[in-house]
Ligand binder design. Structure first.
Ligand code: ATP
Length: 146
């Protein structure tokens, strides 16, 4: 299925804006960009990344869509607690949660990112994280342009 990623992202951002009293910044650096795959599944990836940003930070969330070298990149940046470097590769494993005691009150099963990674792989994309503890995290989903 050929998907208009730009409108999927714009729709998702407005859904979240309507549902949460939080500050969302949407930075759209590309016009209409198409990718190939399942709209529902890609929507699920966007939800997982945005919900995590909301859950693990209190400040504004920055959502960006850009394109470079035939790769469309969706990213979510938060200014929250961040993730220690030693944990950054493990968070994509099923049921893995950083510091279970600290995150007890935020709840969750530790499946979200594993699901996001599986869907990304099925779409021949990459899912990556950059994070500095105490400063925040940026999760990026890159997908081949159709
Ligand atoms: P759920 O399955 O309900 O999403 P979860 O949030 O614990 O629960 P994942 O989405 O897989 O599961 O995330 C795994 C772990 O990675 C989290 O428990 C948290 O420790 C860490 N993490 C994920 N996103 C962020 C973020 N934006 N900032 C800080 N830590 C994060």
């Amino acid at each position: 299925e050929k998907i208009d990623l730009t409108s999927l992202v714009a729709d998702t951002v407005s859904t979240f804006q309507g549902a949460y009293k939080r500050q969302f910044h949407f930075i759209q650096e590309v016009g209409t960009v198409f990718v190939n795959g399942s709209r529902d599944q890609l929507e699920q990836v966007l939800y997982i990344l945005i919900e995590n940003a909301l859950k693990y930070s209190k400040e504004k969330i920055e959502i960006k869509l850009s394109e470079q070298n035939n790769l469309a990149t969706f990213s979510v940046r938060d200014y929250g607690q961040g993730i220690p470097e030693t944990e950054q590769s493990r968070i994509f494993e099923r049921f893995y949660r950083v510091d279970k005691a600290r995150n007890r009150d935020t709840g969750g099963t530790g499946l979200g990112l594993a699901i996001a990674k599986t869907i990304t792989d099925q779409h021949h994309g990459t899912l990556s994280v950059k994070s500095i503890p105490g400063e925040g995290s940026t999760f990026s989903l890159a997908l081949p342009v159709d």
